[in-house]
Design a protein around this ligand. Sequence first.
Ligand SMILES: [Zn+2]
Length: 526
Amino acid sequence: MKKMLYILTIIVIVLVIFFLIRGLRHENQSLERKDITQTENPVILLIIDSLMDKPLQKAIKEGRAPALKYLTENGHYYPNVISSYPTMSVTIDSSLLTGTYSDKHRVPGLVWYDEKEKRLVNYGSAKEEVFKVGMKNVVEDNFYHLNHSHLNRDVKTIHEKLAEKGLQSASINALVYRGNEKMTLKLSKLLAKFDIMPEKLNIETPLLFSYGALAQFSPKNNQNNQVWKKVGFNDKFTAQELKYIIQNGKLPAFTIAYFPDLDQEVHKHGPTDHIDAIEKIDKQLQEVLNTYESWDKALQSAVWIAMGDSGQAKVGKDKSKSFIHLNKILDHYQIHKITEPVKQDDQIVLAYNERMAFIYNLDQNLTNEEIVQKLQKDDRMNLIAWKSEADIKVVANGQKGNLIFRPNGDFKDAYGQSWFLTGEHSILDLTVNNSHIKYGNYPDALARLHTALNSHSGNYIIVDAKPGFEFAGDGTPIHPGGAAHGSLHKHDSLVPMIVTGTEATPKHLRIVDLYPWFLQLLNKGD
Ligand SMILES: [Zn+2]
C-alpha cells in the first residue's frame, strides 16, 4: 500500500513538471523581424544581483573574474553606489528604471499590503509562500501587476522615455520592464483551466523583450529554460540572449541584462564567502565579451556598465536568535494569517521583506505608538519608523528619545535635499555640522526612509533588523548562516558599479540618479 502511494506520488510529480514545462514553453520570438536602428554608442547595462565591492575586489585579485577585471581596468570603478529602500530588487529596479524613489514609482517592496484591495501583494519571495498565497496571485502580481498596475503610470520608465525620443531598447530577464510595445504572453491553457495561471497576459514591453521561457529569442536557450532552471531566470539564459542579440547585429541603443544567480549564492554562503559564484557569473560575462573580435573591440563598440542592485548583510547561524518573529512580539494583537484573506477583526498585517518589514495597523483604536513600544522591547531591530502627519518619527532600540524629520527645512544633505530635523541625530547615525547633514551607517537615510513611508496608502510602521538578524514569518525565506537584504543599513545598501567608454558621471552616486545619466550617455538628456 505504501509502495503504491509512493509510485502514485512520483507519477503526479512527473505529470505536474511535464505540464509546467509544456505550459511555460512556447515558440521563440523572431529577432529577424525586429527592425533595429544601429546607434553609435549603445549602452549595455549588466545588473548582477547582490554583487558587492569587497568580494568583487577579492575575486579580481585572485584572478577569478577576468571579465570584470578587464572592465574595471579599462573603465571607472565606483565602489559605493547607494541603492533604494527597501533594498529589494523590485523596488530598486523600479528606481533604476524610472529615476524615482518609491514615493513616485509606487513599488513599495517585494511584499506589501494593498489597502484598497485588502490583500497582501507578493511578487514571489519563496516557494513556500507561493503555495500559501496561491500560484495564480503570484504569477499575476509578478508578471502583470508589478509593471502594469503598481508601477506608477505617471512616471516613465527608461524604455518608455527612450521610445518617445525615437530610441530602441531591450530588456533581458529584468522583472521591471514596462515599455511602449504591446505584446501578448501566452501561458498554459491547461493550467488556466485549473485556475493555476491566467491563460494569457497582455503586456507592454521594450522593443526587444526576453523574460525566461515566456519570451526568448535564442533557440540555444531551450537548454536553459526548464522548470528546474527557474524557467530561464538564470545567468546562462541572460548571457545567451544578449550574445544572440549582439551576434545578429540587433543591439539597440539601450539594453538591460539581468543576472539573477549570484543573489541566491550570497543568501546561502554569506556576504564574503561566495567568490566561486562571482567566478561563475564572470564566465558568462566572458562569453558575452567573446562575441566580439576582441574584448577591446567590445569596449569600443558600446558603453558597458556592470553593477549590483543591493548588498547583503550577514545572518547569524543560531536559528533561535537570528530570526525576529514579529507575530510573537505582537502576539497581543489579532494578526492576519498569510493563508487567509484579511479579516474584519484583523488588527495587524505583516509584510516581510527579509531584513525589513512593513507592519500595518488596521485598528483605528490602536495607536502606532503602542505597537512601537512593544517592538522597542526587542533589541535586534535597529530602527522603527512611522508617519505622524507630515513628520516621520524614528526610534532605535537601545537609544533614548526619538528623531523627527520632514522634507524642506534648514538642514541640507549632499544630494541637494533639505530637511527639518529635530531630536536625536544618532538614531539614524547622522552628523550635523553647520546645518549640513552627513550620513553614516544609513546612506541617504532621510530620503529613503521618507519615500518608503510615502510609497503606498495605509497606516504602517517600518522596522529594520540589525546586521546579523532577519525577520521571519510563516513560510518566508530565511537564511541562517548566510545573508539577506532589505534594510536601510549600508551593508544592504551599497553596490559597486563599473563604467567603461565614457567620462560622464551621474550627478550623485545613487541608483536613483542613473536615469538622467543614461539619457545623457545616449545624447538624449533634457
Ligand atoms: Zn536576495
